[in-house]
Design a protein around this ligand. Sequence first.
Ligand code: FAD
Length: 317
Amino acid sequence: MKVIDHIRESGGKTLLSFEILPPLKGKGIAAIYNHLDPLMEFKPVYINVTYHRSEHIFKKRTDGSFEKVVIRKRPGTEAICASIMNRYNVDTVPHLICGGFSVQETEDALLTLSYLGIDNVLVLRGDAAKNETSFEPEPGGHKYALDLLNQVMNLNKGIYLEEELKGTNSTQFCVGVAGYPEKHFEAPNMQTDLMYLKKKVEAGAEYIVTQMFFDNKKFFTYEKQCREAGIHVPIIPGLKPITSKKQLTNIPRTFYVDIPTELSNEVLKCKDDADVEKAGTEWLLAQSKELKAAGVPVLHYYTLGKPHVVCNVVKEL
Ligand code: FAD
């Protein structure tokens, strides 16, 4: 079932969704099941599975020279989605990115998803490759999420890259896109970022999932700005627990979001990470309760290796 239909049929009730990463190469699918088993008790309506592009690394040879090698640390997004659907009978939302894909590979990935009975995708640009300073599309690939979205919309109309194909099947993807309550780090200002977000919605995105934030005021302001800019699709807050002191610097550096002073002061007072986890759980619970009371359509949790923290929060909701 499509994410947008879950939201429409919820009767205004706030739903739950979880986001997971594919396991590191070398670990089996059991790693995913162990992560999800405790979370499934809370009846999420769908599970998002992130996508990780290939990276180039330089491997030292025995003669001291270096060899450039392409590796993919977390492959398998499409197959993991199918396994989750099969095991838990829940909908899945694979992430699809521009980075590392040609348009032909994107079309094939979309067809694979459609054959697997997956009718949701979260369409993203992806970040710069680890060895690059800014995002570079693949030769013949998409530069912005909007371009990838247009390809999905074409396929939904039965328009394939090979235009001469006749009597084509139309896919049925419901597409979500990313939004940034604290602005995407490359956007010159919020208004410009919102202008591009609006283009994604006008092109067919049916809902927005936000980057994580730790101050609900930022989410509420963003929602208002979106509505004023003429963006009227559901906006789903993305939420993440703080569980260690080092996240106070890692999270702002990686995701370009602020940690409110009140939360950072609490974390700094903690004697160890077990204490931080308690403070982070309380903060996330308070955030979740306020968002739920405000009537957000879905609470979307980035569960990244800490499913028990998210369990402790959602069981109190
Ligand atoms: P876009 O919408 O393309 O925007 C990128 C930047 O370009 C913005 O600054 C925007 O304002 C600007 N822009 C957009 N269109 C234009 C235009 N036509 N002309 C000029 N400027 C333009 N990354 C992964 O690699 N894998 C994942 O699974 C993943 N999941 C994510 C899930 C969520 C909910 C979020 C919020 C992010 C996720 N990311 C993921 C990270 C994401 O790929 C990065 O944040 C990326 O830098 C931007 O992606 P986007 O889809 O928002 O890009």
